[in-house]
Design a protein around this ligand. Structure first.
Ligand SMILES: Nc1ncnc2c1ncn2[C@@H]1O[C@H](COP(=O)(O)OP(=O)(O)OP(=O)(O)O)[C@@H](O)[C@H]1O
Length: 249
């Protein structure tokens, strides 16, 4: 059974069909890349998987269970977390304080009026572990708003990971980055994928990142699946080349 299964999903906005009868199955442990020209429907598709939109038609299954009508936070409870195209962090808080929010949430301790000393130790240990894993140890007490774009993105990814997802959805993690930061973000994603038993679906514009990281790639064009396969198959696909060249022309 696939970890994530999308069955014949469509999303209409009035007369516009942003996602048109898309099916996709992602196996546990896979890193799936999702690409497509501008306006292909990638972000809409991500919003459908993570529950920000409810599809006009079709079904979404996680571990074989239908989650189509579940709210985003209910999907988080089932093991799904996501990041956004625009980094969603609290710039006026430190890295440690940002991470504390999802760590408390994951441990069922958010909004508790008081914490036992043991619970507080557990929270701090988990924050330290996440900072270490994300390469953020040196920035623990710095305000996130003062960090580089790459470190802000790493903080956001580690906040998603704090929720202990099995499925992590990353929406353009290298958007707006220079080549150095793009490279270090790719290295982080690969490291997390390998060390944390994670399944990842990654939307990216940067083709080097996608072809370097993905086990398989799904290509969307005009809301529909244009092609799907291993990176070398997609690189050789005439249909895909035409879609990109056609768009650029
Ligand atoms: N909330 C919305 N209401 C109406 N139309 C929308 C909405 N969201 C997206 N669209 C339209 O749906 C289509 C697909 O958009 P979407 O943002 O999903 O594409 P994309 O592949 O993510 O594009 P990009 O690569 O530029 O981010 C576009 O025509 C867009 O204008």
């Amino acid at each position: 059974m696939s970890l994530l299964e999308v069955r014949h999903v469509s999303q209409h906005f009035g007369s516009l069909v942003a996602v048109d009868d898309v099916s996709m199955a992602v196996e546990a442990g896979e890193l799936r890349g999702l690409i497509g020209p501008n306006g292909a429907g990638k972000t809409t598709f991500f919003n459908l998987i993570s529950g920000f939109f409810k599809p006009t038609a079709g079904h979404i299954l996680l571990d074989g269970r239908d989650i189509t009508r579940l709210a985003p936070h209910e999907r988080v409870a089932r093991g799904m977390a996501r990041t956004f195209q625009i980094t969603e962090i609290f710039p006026e808080l430190s890295v440690r304080e940002n991470l504390r929010i999802p760590v408390e949430l994951a441990q069922g301790l958010r909004m508790q009026p008081w914490l036992t000393r043991a619970a507080d130790v557990r929270i701090k240990e988990r924050i330290d572990e996440l900072m270490q894993l994300g390469g953020l140890g040196a920035h623990a007490n710095r305000l996130v708003g003062e960090l580089s774009h790459g470190d802000q993105r790493a903080t956001e990814i580690m906040m998603a990971l704090a929720l202990k997802p099995r499925l992590l959805l990353l929406d353009e993690p290298t958007a707006g980055m220079g080549s150095h930061e793009t490279y270090s973000t790719s290295v982080l994603i690969r490291k997390l994928h390998r060390s944390q038993n994670l399944t990842i679906v990654l939307v990216e514009h940067d083709m080097r990142v996608i072809f370097n990281l993905a086990d398989r790639i799904t290509v969307l064009a005009e809301g529909a699946v244009l092609d799907e396969g291993a990176p070398d198959e997609i690189a050789a696909s005439e249909r895909v080349q035409e879609a990109y060249l056609g768009k650029a022309a």
